[in-house]
Ligand binder design. Structure first.
Ligand SMILES: Cc1cc2nc3c(=O)[nH]c(=O)nc-3n(C[C@H](O)[C@H](O)[C@H](O)COP(=O)(O)OP(=O)(O)OC[C@H]3O[C@@H](n4cnc5c(N)ncnc54)[C@H](O)[C@@H]3O)c2cc1C
Length: 711
């Protein structure tokens, strides 16, 4: 079937239905369509083909490999991207990285010191007056109360390097850099390989598999080959070919702003800023130039300058290296002797989410920028994408192991799409918060954009291009004149009122924020592979504020498991202190049942082990003892849980005498229990002991989460 036939086919077959507790006919229907084929032991089929070796594709390949799923990655470029692009790694992503063989520690060791990037600075030039500065690290960000790890500042290309190193050195991946892969068309990929210079150009699907046609060059000739897989994941970025090939539309706002990124090095500038005004982002406004400078690493003198771009009146010729250098000098306020412009790239800011994440009978899946593209304000793009991969990997693994039907993949869309829609709105809010500063200075960027649109669309467009450019330049320079020292000083009534408004914006936290703990750690899946509390009313969708709000721990189903330190009880003198998040395995797909050492919960745990064995899923039980109740291993768990062995006893480690206990933190009684998924999200809970038969309850719970028909 060709692509167009295929598109018609998948629209007919794919239905996104809400998952209810048990919906046998839906699962039966889905299974009949595809599961036997997805599960067939046809060794000639690669289980998962990932298109795109950006951070999302690479993280997904690591997670799948750890979970025992063979996969290969295609990358259209011959080398990995060297553009710094993303740099802010949020708290949740760092928690995911904690489980990837020391990746988070390596990032913490290699990133610039926090004091060199905790502030955003607003100034008239890098050597001129400071209009304001905002410190984005609060004392609680260092205290490890809500998370065992903190946020990081580390350039995307350096992260990519670490991910590739982990894949090669720890997971046995092979990076095929040669022109063309040696395998012939009919030879299957072995898995654990990244094929560089391989561009996915078309996709076809049958009942048996997904076939990607891939173009590459060999000895100067353009060639193609076909790669067959059970599942194909499009992690191929904002312009996703996979998304276009399967005909999935994006919904939202396009073309919010066009910009040019100028990647440059200057140790001179880095050293100056380190000594005088260290920061991560510098918003610079003066009569000659306006721009946002991202300091990726002050010690190495690595920067990216973002400047607004107004094509067609402006074109890339207006951003030649020599012109960019002059622009940078105007923003710095002096010349730099060692400036080295490395790369100049235009890009467009959108705020859009794909209408579907999963299609073709759960065989083709989008992740990362392929599924959503946000304004970078707030740094949610890559982070959301990496968290997509974290949600998806265990679901693919249990599907391919035959534990869950393919409908488990539909829950990926049910869970992740609302998060992307929310993060899009939040990023737009943040973008608007960032615009509040130039607007207060009399430089309303929306006016510039409107004027530009008028020139493009109406009478202006019939003017010669040189005249259009002159008009635009004239308008910009009139705007920038608002930034003259004559206006912007305390003695000028207009300037003094603008400066006072700026101070208010900074003090009230209404400027662009860096950290969003409530959204970063507190995002929650409302429906999907979870069992909601029966009395749960579906909460109304939240409207993002764009302001920093603190995270409040929650054990509502769908939330990330709260963090608390616990000591692992063992017979050794050195009892390890870990986070509750570490109770969930990072190396295999395993559910975790957390209970207190009370009789009812032990009964529930035995039932959970039994049901898990029947469903062939791995289950671990954690018996959580209240602080100061036991020392060393207590015989009770062993005696009560026998013959089951996959359990561990841990004891709360309270931060202070008045800290809340674990069950109080979770707003539950100690007769309650929590079932946690392999991605550390809570799948089910009971706030106090369950009424009825524990075996039937656990059967209902696991069958609902996995989407298995319950007899
Ligand atoms: C200026 C800027 C600053 C940003 N800052 C942050 C930040 O601080 N924090 C944050 O979280 N996010 C940030 N982002 C967003 C972040 O860069 C993206 O969200 C991230 O790159 C998405 O990763 P990805 O793997 O989904 O896609 P990409 O990084 O775009 O990777 C996709 C890969 O797929 C390959 N590919 C494309 N088509 C094909 C094909 N047909 N066949 C094979 N391969 C293909 C591409 O070559 C590419 O290597 C920023 C973005 C910008 C522009």
């Amino acid at each position: 079937m060709g692509v167009s036939g295929f598109i018609k086919g998948f629209n007919f077959l794919h239905r996104t239905k809400p998952r209810s507790r048990v919906c046998p006919s839906f699962y039966l229907q889905n299974r009949a369509f595809s599961d036997s084929n997805i599960l067939n032991n046809n060794d000639s089929l690669l289980p998962v083909l990932i298109v795109g070796a950006g951070p999302v594709g690479l993280v997904l390949s690591i997670l799948l490999t750890k979970f025992g799923v063979k996969c290969a990655v295609l990358e259209k470029n011959k080398g990995f991207s060297k553009h710094p692009q993303a740099h802010f790694i949020n708290n949740r992503t760092m928690e995911v990285f904690r489980k990837l063989d020391g990746l988070s520690e390596e990032i913490q060791r290699s990133q610039p010191p926090i004091d060199s990037w905790r502030k955003f600075i607003y100034c008239t030039s890098l050597t001129g007056s400071i209009l304001g500065s905002v410190d984005h690290m609060h004392p609680q960000d260092f205290e490890k109360v809500v998370s065992p790890i903190s946020v990081a500042h580390y350039s995307q290309y350096k992260l990519t390097r670490l991910l590739v190193k982990l894949l090669e050195e720890n997971l046995g991946f092979h990076i095929c850099k040669s022109e063309g892969h040696e395998g012939l068309d009919h030879e299957p990929l072995r898995g654990r390989e990244i094929l560089m210079g391989h561009d996915c150009v078309s996709i076809d699907t049958t009942d048996q598999c997904v076939t990607a046609t891939v173009s590459f060059s060999k000895e100067g000739k353009s060639m193609t080959r076909k790669i067959h897989s059970k599942i194909l994941v499009g992690a191929d970025g904002a312009g996703s070919t996979v998304r276009k090939l399967v005909g999935i539309d994006l919904k939202g706002e396009k073309d919010l702003q066009k910009l040019v990124s100028v990647h440059f090095l200057s140790k001179d500038l880095g050293q100056y800023l380190l000594n005088e005004r260290p920061g991560m982002l510098f918003f610079i406004f003066n009569t000659e130039a306006i721009g946002v400078l991202v300091a990726h690493d002050l010690k190495q003198g690595e920067f990216v300058l973002q400047v607004p771009f107004y094509p067609p009146q402006q074109n890339l010729e207006d951003f030649r290296p020599e012109i960019c250098k002059k622009l940078i000098f105007k923003l710095v306020g002096r010349e730099l002797s060692d400036i080295d412009v490395i790369d100049i790239k235009p890009w467009v800011m959108h705020a859009e989410v794909a209408e579907k994440y999963v299609c073709a009978n759960n065989r083709i899946i989008l992740a990362g920028d392929a599924a959503h593209r946000f304004p970078p304000a707030g740094g949610f793009g890559m982070n959301t994408g990496i968290q997509d991969a974290h949600n998806l990997a265990w679901k693919i693994a249990i599907l391919l192991k035959g534990v869950a039907p393919s409908s488990i993949l539909a829950t990926y869309e049910t869970e992740r799409k609302p998060i992307a829609i929310f993060n899009t709105a939040l990023s737009v809010q943040n973008f608007r918060a960032a615009m509040a500063i130039p607007a207060t200075l009399g430089l309303n960027p929306t006016v510039a954009n409107s004027v530009h649109q008028v020139i493009n669309k109406a009478v202006g467009s019939i003017l010669p291009s040189g005249m259009q450019k002159a008009i635009l330049d004239g308008i910009f320079s009139i705007g920038r004149s608002q930034l003259s020292e004559f206006i912007l000083n305390e003695n000028n009534p207009l300037g003094s009122s603008r400066l006072a408004k700026l101070r208010d914006i900074f003090e009230e936290g209404k400027s662009l924020q860096l950290q969003f703990p409530a959204e970063d750690l507190g995002f929650r899946y409302i429906e999907g592979a979870i069992v909601p509390d029966s009395k749960d009313a579906v909460p109304a969708p939240e409207v993002p504020t764009g302001r920093r709000r603190d995270y409040v721990p929650s054990a509502d189903p769908g939330s990330r498991l709260p963090h608390m330190n616990v000591r692992v009880l063992s017979n050794s003198a050195n009892e390890e202190i870990i986070s509750t998040l570490d109770l969930v395995s990072g190396d295999k797909v395993e559910f975790l049942l957390m209970i207190a050492p009370v009789e009812e919960s032990y009964n529930l745990a035995r039932a959970a082990f039994k049901v898990a064995e029947e469903y062939k899923v791995s289950m671990k039980v954690c018996v959580l003892w209240p602080a100061d109740t036991v020392t060393g291993v207590h015989p009770e768990s062993k005696a009560t849980l026998a013959p089951w062995k996959n359990y561990l006893d841990v004891i709360e480690v309270k931060r202070s005498l008045d800290s809340l206990s674990w069950w109080r933190t979770c707003q539950m009684t100690e007769k309650g229990a929590l079932l946690v998924r392999p991605d550390e999200h809570i799948a089910w809970r009971t706030k106090s002991s369950i009424v009825g038969d524990p075996y039937s309850e656990m059967k209902m719970v696991l069958s609902t989460i996995l989407g298995i028909e319950s007899e």
